[in-house]
Design a binder for this molecule. Structure first.
Ligand code: UDP
Length: 319
């Protein structure tokens, strides 16, 4: 099979590229290297079935050719990372809205099956219970820049479902919850690589806010395994799935675990959100997926617990 991975030089896309090469696919990657890196695909770049195009997904003639060739499209190219999104609001909206529009419109031209990588940010400020795919979204004010990202990805989902319903385009959506693992950089704000790097360097581990906010971390290998299986499951078409791990941890506990597992002397410091991200920032208090839909569809069980996920990040940075 020929697959196209947009954003294939990114953290998640590059792991997926490796997995699909292993199973024998021809893998085409398009990546503009905004947050993606050639280093992420260094191991596979010379593989005879890997084809890399360094370009933007907004380049329609290039995308037309790639989508024409592909059997399946995995659409990961997007603005990522809270810091990046806070720093680049125009680019975020531009690439997330226009990019997905290009992918879906061209996929529809050739009726190619598409996986849309979406995000748990979509749920917004829910706190009450584990998040299910049909839950309402609770968005903050338009004045808070973070919500632009959630809204742009929501629009992507609407567009994908519209293509499915109206044009019969085979498409499915995965809402990825905090995904971690080797090659994820702390550069764009993500918490675990930041904590691990600080702990290994003996620098303060900086917890934003009071640290009682919680997240649920999925190992990238679990996430890409689920995505590949969903793409092979006909009943998943036209559906939205949470892709995550339902073990929840507070950021304070995460900092403590990282400190212990690295044997670090680093202090755990709390700093206000405004100092970390500037004004106009709002955090989610908790975010934990209900993954029963994913379990029912493909028999998903996460194979990494929190400890093994943290360990794989520690091992990566030690290397
Ligand atoms: N966070 C933190 N210190 C950091 C980076 C992030 O305390 O160095 C917090 C952040 O405020 C959030 C959580 O960790 O509450 C997860 O942040 P991340 O940016 O990784 O993901 P998201 O907020 O999108 O879930």
């Amino acid at each position: 099979m020929k697959v196209l991975i947009t954003g294939g030089a990114g953290f998640i896309g590059s792991h997926l590229a490796e997995r699909l090469l292993e199973r024998g696919d021809d893998v085409f990657i398009i990546d503009n290297l905004w947050t993606g890196k050639l280093a992420n695909i260094a191991k596979i770049q010379t593989h005879e079935r890997l084809h890399l195009v360094v370009d933007t997904i907004l380049n329609e003639s290039v995308m037309n050719e790639l989508i024409f060739k592909a059997d399946h499209i995995y659409h990961f190219a997007a603005a990522v990372g809270v810091r990046n999104i806070m720093d680049h609001p125009v680019e975020t909206l531009d690439i997330n809205v226009k990019g997905t529009e290009v992918v879906l419109r061209l996929a529809n031209r050739f009726k190619k099956k598409v996986f849309i990588a979406s995000t748990s940010e979509i749920y917004g400020k829910h706190v009450e219970h584990d998040l299910s795919e049909d839950d309402n979204r609770v968005m903050g004010t338009v004045k808070k820049r973070r919500w632009a990202y959630a809204c742009s990805k929501t629009l992507d989902e609407f567009l994908a479902l519209a293509y499915f319903d109206e044009k019969k385009l085979p498409v499915l959506i995965g809402r990825l919850f905090n995904t971690v693992g080797p090659r994820q950089t702390g550069q764009y704000g993500m918490v675990l690589p930041n904590f691990v790097q600080c702990a290994l360097l003996g620098k303060p581990i900086t917890v934003y806010g009071d640290g009682t906010q919680s997240r649920s971390f999925t190992h990238v290998n679990d996430a890409i395994g689920a995505i590949a299986r969903l793409m092979a499951e006909p009943s998943a078409e036209g559906e939205i799935f949470n892709v995550g791990n339902d073990h929840e941890v507070t950021i304070n506990d995460l900092a403590q675990r990282v400190k212990e597992m690295t044997g670090s002397d680093s202090e755990i410091e709390h700093i206000p959100y405004e100092k970390a991200y500037g004004p106009g920032f709002e955090d989610m208090e908790r975010r934990c997926p209900n993954i029963s839909k994913l379990k029912d569809a493909i028999g998903f069980e996460p194979s990494y617990d929190l400890e093994s996920s943290i360990q794989s990040v520690i091992d990566y940075f030690k290397e």
